[in-house]
Write a protein that binds this ligand. Structure first.
Ligand code: SAH
Length: 210
């Protein structure tokens, strides 16, 4: 079966599982996930599962990518600047780059960052800035962000990231250890509003650059 057909089937599954945002579904339909995994894993690229990408890290499950992106976007204007922590394979970055004006993506493992960067450039996604660094520190240069999405799990919501949110901005982040929960924090003029969502499973967010 061609990659376009298996990709379409994946999108049908995401729809069945409750993803409604057509822009998110379209971005996922347009993005060749098999190019973000090794050749050995490529045959599984359109199954709805996380897959190893080396360095003990994983490319996120498509459903989780779709859900988090939907939560980041829902009920608001298209975010201008989005900070992503945990570039990994670059797949989530590719989806974001099609939906927001500019993506600022931080990855602590240099090898992963370099291969993600190469792949994203190959796909002509050029509205992305990259940093090899520690996402716990955020990226002060370009703050404040309209959205921040974190794809590794810290034990608690890092205050540094909250500080870098614009008023009206939204943080989507998995929090916990063995059990994790997806949290959404929105910044208003007067403070932060927090809500909790699905249980998720991400690799731990690790302090410091690798
Ligand atoms: N969104 C990625 C997920 C990769 S897994 C994808 O779908 O491919 C999570 C990534 O977060 C790993 O690459 C890991 O190295 C990175 N990471 C963990 N802690 C980090 C930190 N403090 N700063 C930046 N990146 C971090």
């Amino acid at each position: 079966m061609t990659s376009a057909r298996t990709r379409r089937r994946l999108i049908d599954r995401l729809r069945e599982r409750g993803i409604h945002n057509e822009r998110v579904l379209e971005a996922m339909l347009n993005t060749p996930r098999h190019l973000f995994v090794t050749e050995a894993m490529a045959h599984k690229a359109y199954e709805d599962t996380a897959l190893p990408i080396g360095h003990d890290q994983t490319i996120s499950q498509p459903y989780v990518v779709a859900m988090m992106t939907e939560l980041l976007l829902s009920g608001r204007e298209i975010p201008g600047k989005v900070l992503e922590v945990g570039t990994g394979s670059g797949y989530q970055t590719a989806i974001l780059a099609q939906l927001v004006k500019r993506v600022y993506s931080i990855e602590r493992i240099r090898d992963l960052q370099l291969s993600a960067r190469r792949q994203l450039k190959e796909l002509d996604l050029i509205n992305i800035e990259y940093m090899n660094g520690d996402g716990f520190l955020g990226w002060t240069t370009f703050q404040p962000y309209d959205g921040i999405i974190v794809t590794a799990a810290p034990r608690e919501v890092p205050q540094t990231l909250l500080n870098q949110l614009a008023v009206g901005g939204r943080l989507v982040i998995p929090v916990g250890g063995d059990t994790q929960i997806l949290r959404i924090v929105t910044r208003s003029r007067t403070g932060y509003q927090e809500s909790t969502h699905d249980a998720v499973r991400f690799v731990p967010m690790v302090k410091g650059r690798a």
